[in-house]
Design a protein around this ligand. Sequence first.
Ligand code: DGL
Length: 267
Amino acid sequence: MSNRPIGIFDSGIGGLTVAQEIYTHFPHENTIYVGDTARVPYGNRSPETVTNFSREIVTFLVKQEVKAIVVACSTASAQALKALQHEFPIPIYGVIEAAATKAAGETKTKHVGVIGTRGTIQSKRFQTMIKSAHPQITVTAKACPLFVPLAEEGITTGPIASQVAHHYLSDFKSTSIDTLILGCTHYPLLENVIQTSLGPEVRLINVGQALIEELKNNPPFPLNPQKNPGNHQWYVTDDPEGFSRLTTRFLNPSISVKAKAITLNSV
Ligand code: DGL
């Protein structure tokens, strides 16, 4: 058992959709969240750059003596997780595998859709993970780069969000997908427009929920023996006030965020 915190990180604010799952399902755990707001988005960057940025964040979190790390960013999970797991002697979890397993288990039509950043889709991590375990499942993937700025700007309903959703998702209409992985931690904010665009028969898979369900069923790290509410800290690489203001869109309103600024090696 350990009261050391769990580290969580994302390129920016989207990882709070994963953090919220941790706050809800591990209510006694202390956490430290890092959002790399100076360098968001990661989704259009090279795998080498995303790995370097992720390495700097994990180094910071390890210095804070976290007991485990959740990579609450699909792009970093797709491009940097393997290197991080290899380099750091601490349990590190990404958001791809649990969602891929869940989608493969739930599809009845044996056709799964995946949406994510360009980096995540080009890495083919979701596609490979599903196809290698279930060759009979077809996977159709699409990068939706405008969804991240929409979520960051809070444009998650209304005509602009609907038009962008239609622009990206209309291709899925001619397929037989019945399950769509929201393969980016920002996308749960756009869940309503995505669901409306695809229709109610398509089931949406939230990557953070899938991971935390899996960790909750079989916690792979020692839990906090103290049963008081967990203490949460938030660090960002730029504009802590702006980040704190935006968190109300991502987190339960009872959680009040006062983010602090940190400097990483190359920021
Ligand atoms: N949160 C990131 C992800 O899940 C998307 C934002 C970005 O492009 O940095 O991939």
